[in-house]
Ligand binder design. Structure first.
Ligand SMILES: *[C@@H]1O[C@H](CO)[C@@H](O)[C@H](O)[C@H]1NC(C)=O
Ligand SMILES: *[C@@H]1O[C@H](CO)[C@@H](O)[C@H](O)[C@H]1NC(C)=O
Ligand SMILES: *[C@@H]1O[C@H](CO)[C@@H](O)[C@H](O)[C@H]1NC(C)=O
Ligand SMILES: *[C@@H]1O[C@H](CO)[C@@H](O)[C@H](O)[C@H]1NC(C)=O
Ligand SMILES: *[C@@H]1O[C@H](CO)[C@@H](O)[C@H](O)[C@H]1NC(C)=O
Length: 580
């Protein structure tokens, strides 16, 4: 024990730094412990993130093509147009290439626009290249091993061109998917009988596609537009099983009983086997709600025992397509707090920029907000909020994704207590949500529980979620059996399906796909307040998301950090979406 502890300062002490280079270093997070130096011949795959030629330019274009008041609304970019902003400068490419060449290293892959390179090198070569000391560390709560260095340095002449190198000093616990948590289906909880005349009474204890169609006025007419698609991603060894889908559709959507999904594997993702809960839930509530919008299930395997590679690979995979899917829904994520370090945050900023690239191409990127309330979804719940601060979830804190929280109950809908929401510590609050969030901050100050919340969140950060959808007691088939599932995991695919159906209607009228929807949604909410305009979302103003020993944020009238702008109404969303 003592020996291991003494390894930490020793590593820092022995890291030699070449002249002129800046040492990038960090202290070891408390839930990791060094084991031994990484074996010299162990192969490492490293991502080198390069500075883009004009990152700000790309984000400015994204704003223009996504803001409904802009003359460029809907004019999404081609792959080549995106590359002109995102590719590194020729000086940058040359500097990094010649640095690698001087160590006899040739990149093995690059992203479609060339802003990230991969190299494969043994530990001994990585240590020499980066003035690093790659070491095996154990993540104590999960007993899993990870190879990292506590410091590294780049030569002065490449430093300005490199955003980050991964993995180096980034420590994070293994990714946790967001639910679903299974409940026993046999004994529905006693709830208020609260169904309205339009919503079947059974929806009070079991949510099915019919319930969601009735509640949110979602069309059941089959989609027909060419060029439409919804991509559903899964990570790890999740399997979406078509036998389970067929059982589900026969029971819940007999009118589209033979609808199905296409499938694709990245990084040796799994496509065959008994269906698993998350992948089945996500495919059953896209195929089952999006009424024949073509659906593509993408299974991403672990690469290098590390989910970050998969998160990057799936986006690169879509970005290299001439027509990326107009909707991508993902019910996985991780705690932003683990990436707040100075050099670590650049990895999540880079991923967030990749979602921005998809937005400029016309894709709506949707994530579930997380199931731990204000406590996020760390590997070990006992260690949550150990700094006293709330734990925001990434990618939901990226402004370029649409984050979906959860509700439960029918009339009224209330915030589901597990619905994660809050404020980023990495991404500042974007202008398009400024007025909604400022109004909310005022309401929070007046909240009876404000004393519990004060000081635990960063009021200047990007606030999430953006919207919410029912999340509790979803009927789903897993391994041939009917089950009930819950979580924001269920809410995200339903919302994605609604965007897919709206895209069907837009494409049939020769309009663009919706792409990045946040500016449109918040603009509509602002207009509604200003001119008494048409309400697009059903406001949810009941419930909270407790965690970290607090009552969590309250749902209030208007935007809130539990249910966002509220739950969608398809008819009213269509009126909004067809107007631009
Ligand atoms: C942790 O994993 C190692 C193998 O990687 C094993 O030898 C050890 O017993 C495990 N420890 C615990 C506490 O599970
Ligand atoms: C589904 O069944 C209908 C008839 O009920 C048929 O017209 C259609 O071609 C089938 N679609 C697929 C994808 O098999
Ligand atoms: C789907 O799951 C069933 C068991 O529920 C299994 O028999 C079948 O082989 C699976 N399908 C595929 C394609 O793996
Ligand atoms: C609060 O968020 C901003 C970004 O919006 C960030 O610059 C700042 O460092 C954060 N503060 C803390 C204490 O995390
Ligand atoms: C949507 O459905 C609800 C009932 O479920 C109804 O009260 C509402 O008027 C509908 N909205 C529109 C725009 O039709």
């Amino acid at each position: 024990m003592l020996l291991r502890c003494s390894l930490v300062p020793a590593l820092l002490f022995f890291a030699s730094v070449s002249k002129g280079a800046t040492l990038r270093s960090r202290t070891l997070p408390h839930d990791f412990e060094p084991v031994q130096a990484a074996p010299a011949d162990m192969m490492l795959t490293l991502v080198i993130g390069l500075q883009s030629t004009d990152r700000e330019g790309l984000l400015a274009v994204l704003g223009e093509v996504s803001h409904p008041a802009s003359p460029k609304y809907g004019q999404h970019l081609s792959k080549a147009a995106v590359a002109r902003f995102v590719a590194p400068t020729s000086q940058g490419q040359a500097a990094v290439a010649s640095w690698l060449a001087s160590h006899n290293i040739t990149p093995v892959a690059t992203s479609p626009s060339g802003e990230s390179w991969r190299i494969q090198v043994p530990v001994v070569a990585a240590n020499a290249l980066l003035n690093a000391e790659y070491t095996e560390f154990v993540h104590k709560p999960s007993n899993s091993t990870t190879v990292r260095t506590l410091s590294y340095a780049l030569p002065e002449d490449v430093e300005d061109y490199v955003r980050f190198i991964y993995p180096t000093t980034q420590f994070h616990s293994p990714m946790r998917r967001r639910g679903p948590i299974f409940e026993v289906a046999a004994s529905p909880k006693a709830r208020r009988t609260e169904a309205t005349s339009d919503v079947p009474p059974s929806c009070a204890h079991k949510i099915t596609p019919s319930c969601l169609q009735a509640l949110y006025n979602i069309t059941a007419s089959p989609a027909t537009a060419a060029g439409n698609e919804i991509a559903v991603s899964a990570f790890g060894s999740e399997v979406a099983n078509k036998t389970d889908l067929r059982l589900f559709l026969r029971e819940e959507r007999p009118d589209i009983w033979n609808a199905t999904f296409g499938e694709e594997a990245i990084d040796a993702g799994k496509l065959v086997g008994v269906g698993t809960s998350e992948a089945n839930l996500d495919t059953q509530y896209t195929v089952g709600i999006a009424s024949r919008v073509p659906t593509r299930f993408v299974s991403v395997g672990w690469q290098n025992d590390d989910e970050i590679f998969g998160f990057m690979d799936i986006i690169d995979h879509f970005l290299q397509e001439d027509r990326p899917p107009p909707v991508l829904t993902t019910s996985y994520g991780f705690d932003e707090t683990e990436w707040e370090g100075q050099h670590d945050a650049e990895v999540v900023r880079f991923l967030c920029d990749a979602y921005a690239q998809l937005g400029t191409r016309g894709t709506t990127v949707i994530f579930s907000s997380g199931d731990g309330g204000v406590a996020g979804g760390s590997f070990n719940p006992d260690q949550r909020c150990d700094s006293g601060s709330f734990v925001p979830g990434f990618p939901s804190t990226c402004p370029f994704v649409t984050s979906v929280g959860a509700t439960e109950g029918i009339n009224p809908e209330r915030a589901a207590p597990y619905s994660s929401g809050g404020f980023s510590n990495i991404f500042p609050r974007p202008a398009w949500q400024d007025s909604a969030v400022r109004a909310y901050l005022g309401a929070v100050k007046a909240d009876p529980a404000y004393g519990e919340l004060d000081g635990r969140f960063n009021a200047s950060g990007r606030a999430f979620p953006d919207v919410a959808v029912q999340g509790t007691d979803y009927a789903v088939y897993v391994a041939g059996k009917a089950r009930l599932a819950r979580g924001t995991s269920a809410a995200a695919p339903v919302f994605a399906s609604m965007i897919g159906l709206l895209n069907d209607e837009r494409l049939k009228e020769g309009k663009s796909t919706l792409g990045w929807v946040n500016p449109l949604f918040y603009y509509a909410a602002e207009e509604e307040g200003r001119h008494g305009g048409l309400r697009v979302f059903n406001d949810v103003s009941d419930g909270r998301n407790p965690g970290c020993g607090t009552r969590g944020f309250p749902a209030v009238k208007g935007w809130d950090a539990v249910t966002g702008l509220g739950t969608p109404d398809y008819e009213r969303l269509r009126n909004l979406a067809m107007g631009y």
